[in-house]
Design a binder for this molecule. Structure first.
Ligand SMILES: *Cc1c(COP(=O)(O)O)cnc(C)c1O
Length: 446
């Protein structure tokens, strides 16, 4: 293996040491993160090993003191996992990443790396349900308060949510199932004005369609379970550090003062602009243990190899299905940001790297819950599953599944109507997807 993959210390898993940093996205997707040696395996191997062998006690001492780079134990670093982390770092244009067991673990770690009891988060109310319950219920029990905001409110209204103890601004590039693209200019301006790190969940857009670091984000997270994996095989998450926040502004002493749990290191002093991700690994991969397994890292890396091709096809098929549904007599409404009349449409041109809008859309069936039942049961190409981002087309009825714990009133205020069907459009032939929806829609009338 090349030197760049021999380490689990963030100082040495930064993008700057990788000679492939100027590659285009498709090449990074396929080849970055792992450099085959002559006579060695062409494909990233699964290093299914918890442990690593050392020369002598001196070497181990140097490793633990971070004076030498190398792996210690797979909870805090593994060569297969590191290759995945490096590839994602390059795709997002960050300075380092930590891979985790799930997207939820990534959200938790991204926030806890900055917040402790007594701190406050400002979060878009439109975030993923798991992020909403984590912030609104679970973190509250640990003394971290949240103010949820409507991301479409004017800046003057949103400014009122910030407090002197606000340590994080959190939002998603493309919320779900609302499917609005974030007003990055407004959020970046809020983050700057209050000098608060801006964390963006980029799961639905993927680093192929959007790079939030270029739009003012400081930390990006992903549920790699969705489009990064792309085949519904593996859970995973990742936190990426943009290296673009000044941690020495007095608000984050844990990054600038000695860490009594780790040799008294001062992260900013040692790791410079990769201090955040170094701390995340040194403290929280170590203490929480929500690490990505080498096998799942292999699967996620394999998924990334076709991310650029899949996202183009997901987007193309979703646009075709959205246009088809719009004209269908059984359909009341369609929400897809790739439709020119959608309120988010102009933000694609502004913030997205391709003229593509990802693969998730929602639509309203004419009729009641019974119509939804009949429609879903009649689908043959698409399947009813609780997931998005799969190569296979999937549908979900949010009112009876993901949002069923809410009252009807709560559902409506979250934009969940009883007629709403969410579709994660796959990469099958569009003709077959459209024909499947057509026959299932016709079955409602029968
Ligand atoms: C699924 C999802 C998560 C949570 O990820 P898991 O891998 O399921 O833990 C977080 N954010 C978004 C936007 C998601 O879609």
């Amino acid at each position: 293996m090349s030197n760049e993959n021999k380490t689990d210390t963030p100082a040495n898993s930064t993008a700057s040491v990788n000679p492939t940093a100027n590659w285009e996205k498709g090449t990074i997707c396929i080849q970055a993160g792992f450099t085959p040696s002559v006579g060695g395996p062409r494909v990233l191997p699964i290093f299914q090993s918890t442990t690593y062998k050392y020369e002598d006690l001196d070497q181990v001492e140097r490793l633990f003191a971070l004076k030498e780079t190398g792996y210690k134990y797979t909870r805090t670093g593994n060569p297969t996992v590191a290759a995945f982390e490096q590839k994602v770092t390059l795709l997002e244009g960050g300075v380092g990443a930590v891979a985790l067991a799930s997207g939820q673990a990534a959200t938790l770690l991204s926030v806890l790396n900055l917040c402790k009891s007594g701190d406050h988060i400002v979060s878009a109310a439109t975030v993923y349900g798991g992020s909403y319950t984590l912030f609104g219920h679970t973190l509250k029990k640990y003394g971290i308060e949240v103010t949820f905001i409507d991301p479409e409110d004017p800046q003057s209204t949103l400014e009122k949510a910030f407090q002197p103890n606000t340590k994080v601004l959190f939002a998603e590039t493309l919320g779900n199932p609302g499917l609005a693209i974030l007003d990055f200019a407004k959020f970046a301006s809020l983050a700057k004005k209050f000098d608060v790190p801006f964390i963006v969940d980029n799961t639905l857009a993927t680093p192929y369609l959007c790079n939030p670091f270029k739009l003012g984000a400081n930390i990006v997270i992903h549920s790699a379970t969705k489009y990064i994996d792309g085949h519904a095989t593996s859970l995973g998450g990742v936190v990426i550090d943009g290296g673009n926040y000044n941690w020495s502004n007095g608000k984050f002493p844990e990054l600038t003062e000695p860490d009594p749990s780790y040799h008294g290191f001062r992260y900013v002093e040692i790791f410079k602009n990769a201090a955040y991700i170094a701390k995340a690994r040194a403290q929280y991969l170590r203490d929480f243990g929500a690490c990505l397994s080498p096998f799942n890292a292999f699967m996620l890396n394999l998924g990334l190899e076709t991310l650029h091709l899949r996202m183009a096809q997901h987007s193309k098929n979703a646009l075709a299905l959205a246009a088809f549904l719009q004209k269908h007599p059984q359909v009341a409404w369609v929400i897809y940001p790739g439709l020119p009349e959608n309120p988010s449409y102009e933000r694609i041109g502004k913030y997205f790297l391709q003229n593509e809008a990802s693969g998730v859309l929602t639509f309203g069936l004419k009729g009641d819950r019974k119509a939804a039942r009949t429609f879903v049961k009649s689908l043959k190409v698409a399947a009813l599953v609780v997931h998005i981002g799969d190569a296979r087309t999937s549908v979900l009825h949010p009112a009876t599944s993901t949002h069923s714990q809410m009252t009807v009133e709560e559902q409506l205020s979250a934009g969940i109507t009883p007629d709403m069907i969410r579709v994660s459009v796959g990469i099958e032939d569009a003709k077959d997807i459209l024909a499947d929806f057509d026959q299932a829609l016709k079955s409602i009338q029968a």
